[in-house]
Every structure is written in C-alpha cells, then in structure tokens.
Ligand binder design. Structure first.
Ligand SMILES: OC[C@H]1O[C@H](O[C@H]2O[C@H](CO)[C@@H](O)[C@H](O)[C@H]2O)[C@H](O)[C@@H](O)[C@@H]1O
Length: 615
C-alpha cells in the first residue's frame, strides 16, 4: 500500500524503535528512520544536547527529513558491507531514488552528509530541516552565509551546504526556522547536502565534498571491519554488532557509551526511561571482551587507558559509570517540554545510578583487565597497583548490601550476583599474580575468595528451589544468576547450576526462551512493574544451555534472538514479544556484546565461555 510520508497521519511522529538505523563518527551518533527522517542527533558529543529530538516527541522538537514528495511503494535499506554508510532506497510511481547517509570520521567539526541519487525514472524529492537546539527547546536564528545557511543559538551553530557538487536546490525558510526544498532528480543525477556543527563563535568551516566523504567514510569503516578475526557461521551478525560497538566508542578517549539514546522506554508509556549516553564500567567491560576476542586490541588498549584515567584517585570514590572523558558529575534531571517516546515520560538526562554502590563492577573490571593481560594488551605500569588498591577496598566492603547489576532504585540488598562478582575480583587477581608473576598477598586473597564462595553458597542458594536466588533470604530468581557458571564460580556440571538454569527457564522465560531480568517487584526495584524480555539475558541463557551440553536448544534460542535484529542488524535493550517491538535504548552495547559472545560459544563449543578466567 503506497504511502506519502509528508501527509501520512503519523507524519512528524517518531518511528518504531526498530525502524531506526545508526549513523556515527565515533564521537556522536544520529538515528535515521526508514522514512528518511533523522530524528535524533546530539552534537558535538554523544551526551551533548540534542539538536534533533523528534525521537522523544515529534517534529516540533527537531529533525531532518529527505524523502520523495509523492507516494512511496516500498522503502528498503542496507548498510554498505562492513560499513556505517547507510543506503535507503525508495520505490515510487515516478522512479527509484536512493538516499545515502553517513557521518564522516571526525576531522575537526562533526558533519552529517546526505547524498540523494536517482536510480531510475525522475523523482521529485522534498527536504525539510528543523533544527531545535537544547533537546528540542530552542528555535535558532537563521542566517545566509554565502554558500551556506547557518542556524545558531547560544553556543551552537549548524551550517547547511545544499546541493554541493550536484543538482542545485533552492532552500526556503518559513519564518519559523524551518528550511524546506523541493527538487527533481532524473536517472543518473545526484545531489549532496552537508550539515556541519561548529561553535557559534566561529565562522562556518569550509563545506565538504559530500560524494568524496561518502567514499572516504565507507573506506574507513571497511578498513576497520577487515581487522575482524571472527570467521564463524554468524559472521554477518557478529560484524554488524562489532561495528555498532565501535560506533558507540568515543574515539578521543576510548570510553564506550551504553547506547546512543536517552529515555527510550523499557515499557511503552512507562516511567523506566534512562539516559544511556555514558560509560558504565559493566557494559564497557563486556563490550571490551567482545572486541578483544574478535581481534580489536587497539580498542582494548584505549579503553584500559581510559579506565585508569577515569578511576584515578582513591578507590572509595570509584564510580560505576563516567562521562565519555571520565567526567564524574552526571546529575539526573527531567526535561518537561519533551513528551517522551510515544508518551513515555519523563524524559531524563543524566543518570542517578551514578551514585549507586554496585559490587559487581569490581569483578567486571578485574575480569576485563585479566583478559587484556592474557591477550597481550600493554598495560600501564600503574595498572596492577590500581587493581591491588581496588581489592583492598573491596575486602572492606564485599559484605555490604548494594544496588546490584540492575541498578534497582529500591533498598540495597545482598544480591547474589554482586557477591559472585566480588569472588571474581579475587579470583582474577590470583590468576594474574600466578600467571604473570605479579606481586601480592596471594594466600590471603585465596582465603577471601573462599570466604565469599562459602557465603554465596550458604545464603544465596535455595535448596528447596534447587536454585541460586536474586538476593540473600528471598526465593525470587534473577537472570543475572546465569552468569554464575559463565564467570567460572561453579562448573556447569555442578547440580546447582542445572537447577538454577531450569528454575530460570521455568520462571523468567516465555515458551521460546526469551528471558526477563527478574519479576519486577516495587519493593525491590522501587519502580512500577512492566518491561520486555532482556536481550542480553536471553543470550546468557543460550550460553548456559551450551555449557550444559544442550547445543540444539542453545542454537534454537540464539536463532530466535538473531531473528529480532532489525533490517540492518541492530538491537535495542529489550524486546516486547506481545507487540513484536523493540524497547529501551538503542542500539544498546550490552545486547550486541551478548550476541557476539554467544556466537563465539556456539561457533566453537569447546572454547571456554568468554567471561571465564581463560583457563
Ligand atoms: O531499570 C532500572 C535501571 O535501568 C538502567 O540500567 C540498565 O542499563 C544499564 C546500562 O545499560 C545497565 O548497566 C544496567 O545493568 C541496567 O539495569 C538505568 O541506567 C538505571 O538508572 C536504572 O535504575
């Protein structure tokens, strides 16, 4: 059924989350819909104010759309192979036209490049650019500056170079700071538009050649993709996930953000809307393991350097997340002028979880550094000293309750997974000392490791349920317990592991294996219930099934998970099975990391689980 994007009843509203693709220059990212509308872009960094925020409201909050003026019979798109250059092809009554989008690797100022090329026939295109700085709040001044048109407000300016090197176009401004153009392209003709951000105190930089930039960007990503060492049966999905992880990496520092967005809801219409444009130590360490095991040593090196800078100082001030340059103040506030994605309010920026105590983070960091060492990453001379200081601090605190991996906003608990990760911290330090000859009180660490193990087995296991439990003293379950065998706390053959996996399958998964994090209980997580299946947890279940030797079952579950990728291979945080929709921030590093790790386990079943100590 042909539709006209400009007159459709939902014109100007955000698309389904799964209808977006990411563009990125490894310092920030844009989301572009199948309708050719860029509805999300923060400049100059991932966590800067958005200049296009229609994603969390509607077109009034800023967007940039280029699409056929008339009815579209079909739209399909793809990334160029091994690249973040996106091609969206529109089939219309008049002909076929393609929009090619990218953000060139950052030179000085961030650019967004859009090339429109007519494949066949002769197609009238329409362009509408609505820049709204300050997350959709601020209408800019519009100034014509010779070859470009500049929109500026406060510290920000965006300059548009239209029609560069191709068919020209006349841009009109409507008095409300909206720029519009209509232009016809015949088969073989093309035109390009470049939008560049710069500080409003500076003159617009020289306009780039959009056609050359597309080629250069494609070549940059292809060269990066060529370094991938994974050659197994899931190469397409693995490579797309790795490219996405790279796109979420802030190149100047090596920090990795958890996702490109804020406030995409965990339940449509709900309040679980969080800002993910920061570097969680947990999510980043998982990402690093996926990158390192796939041949990306430079990224591991950069992240380890980032880590040491970010956490520098006293271990008592260790945070669970930081800004992309290691910033510590990530104050959470609400943006009341944005109605939220499909009415999911509040929209939040900043994240109050920054002040939480999450015991697992120590284990994730120690595990990641252990793997970095094992894989030959050159570590700063201070690294081992930093690790020992962390252990000293952890020894004083591991018996305390915490907010846990899921960052609950209810009371602190003795979360079983948190204690297991405290065990991982000491375990990996012991391995580092023994394998690499590093100095330390190894015998003492062994005693602490044993004490934590005994504590978990005594208080975190429910013999009646034959399962580990979410926290000490409850019989509630939690999918984070799937990590117990994956990190090597107990071998897969231990009957408590089979019991835990079976209990989670019975209580937290649907008939196909899609897994909830836990059964939300306001008394535990401090928020109203309701969220989708958690994609990373579903992958961890497949990992456990593989470890238990149930390879067919594991493969079936992984195939189901792969079927959730959108048309360009991307995943959000959660999946709503009932409505077949993505939920949560997008694209999410943790989901893509889990995909890569499970693909590796299923490709070579005898390889130890990537989260294990690498024995
Ligand atoms: O559901 C409540 C919490 O949700 C977010 O945390 C989740 O995302 C983090 C980043 O991917 C991940 O590290 C964590 O394990 C997830 O639970 C949110 O950031 C929290 O503020 C919120 O309390």
């Amino acid at each position: 059924m042909p539709i006209t994007y400009w007159t459709h009843p939902k014109a100007g509203m955000p698309a389904r989350i799964e209808d977006y693709a990411i563009l990125g220059d490894t310092q920030s990212a844009a989301l572009v819909g199948r309708d050719g509308s860029i509805d999300w872009l923060c400049l100059p960094r991932f966590d800067s104010d958005a200049c296009f925020a229609a994603l969390l409201g509607d077109e009034r909050h800023g967007r940039w759309q280029i699409a056929p003026q008339g009815a579209v019979r079909a739209a399909h798109r793809r990334y160029r192979e091994g690249s973040l250059v996106l091609e969206t092809t529109f089939e219309t009554e008049e002909g076929v036209v393609r929009v090619v989008d990218c953000m060139p690797p950052r030179q000085r100022d961030p650019d967004l490049v859009r090339v429109v090329e007519c494949v066949s026939g002769s197609v009238v295109m329409r362009m509408e650019l609505k820049i709204r700085f300050g997350y959709g709040a601020t209408l800019p001044w519009i100034r014509v500056n010779g070859a470009c048109i500049t929109a500026l407000a406060g510290p920000d300016a965006l300059s548009l170079y239209p029609g560069a090197g191709g068919v020209g176009m006349t841009i009109e401004e409507d008095g409300e700071a909206v720029l519009r153009a209509e232009f016809r392209l015949a088969a073989g003709e093309r035109t390009g538009l470049v939008l560049v951000w710069h500080p409003s105190t500076e003159a617009p930089p020289a306009g780039l050649d959009p056609f050359a930039e597309i080629d250069a960007t494609d070549a940059w990503w292809s060269a990066w993709a060529a370094r991938c060492t994974y050659e197994g049966p899931f190469r397409g999905a693995v490579l797309r996930s790795l490219l996405t992880l790279k796109a979420l990496t802030y190149l100047p520092s090596g920090g990795i953000v958890a996702a490109a967005t804020t406030s995409l809801p965990e339940a449509l219409g709900g309040v679980r809307n969080w800002d993910y444009r920061f570097c969680w130590l947990r999510d980043a360490t998982f990402s690093l393991l996926a990158l390192m095991e796939s041949g990306y040593q430079d990224e591991a090196q950069a992240w380890c350097d980032w880590l040491l800078r970010a956490v520098a100082g006293h271990p008592a001030q260790f945070q669970i997340m930081y800004g992309v340059l290691g910033e510590r103040r990530l104050t959470e506030i609400e943006l009341p002028w944005l109605p939220g994605y499909e009415g999911s309010a509040p929209v939040r920026i900043g994240n109050a979880a920054v002040d939480q105590f999450q015991l697992d983070v120590f284990g994730e960091v120690m595990n990641c550094i252990h793997h970095a060492r094992r894989l030959g990453v050159t570590l700063d001379a201070e690294t081992w000293g930093f690790q020992r200081a962390l252990l000293d601090h952890l020894e004083l605190r591991w018996r305390e309750p915490d907010e846990g991996i899921w960052e609950v906003r209810g009371p602190r608990r003795h979360f079983t997974h948190s204690k297991v990760m405290a065990w991982v911290s000491f375990d990996r330090a012991i391995r580092d000392a023994e394998s690499f000859g590093l100095p330390g009180p190894v015998e003492h660490w062994k005693e602490v490791r044993e004490a934590i193990h005994a504590d978990v087995c005594a208080h975190g296991f429910d013999a009646r349920r034959n399962s580990f439990t979410q926290y000490y003293g409850t019989d509630a379950l939690d999918a984070s317990l799937l990590l117990v065998p994956l990190v090597g706390f107990l071998p897969a053959e231990d009957p408590r592991i089979a019991g835990t996996v079976a209990a989670i399958q019975a209580d937290l998964t649907d008939e196909s294996g899609l897994t909830l994090r836990y059964r939300p209980d306001p008394a535990t997580d401090g928020l109203p219930p309701g969220e989708g299946a958690f994609i990373a947890c579903t992958a961890w279940l497949a990992d456990c099934l593989a470890l238990l030797g149930q390879l067919d079952e594991a493969r079936r579950l992984f195939d189901r998970l792969l079927s959730f990728q959108n048309d360009v291979g991307l995943l959000s945080e959660e999946y709503d099975v009932k409505h077949a929709r993505f939920l949560g921030n997008f694209p999410q590093a943790l989901s893509h990391t889990a995909l890569v790790n499970t693909a590796r386990i299923l490709s070579v079943p005898h390889v130890p689980a990537p989260l294990c100590g690498g024995r």
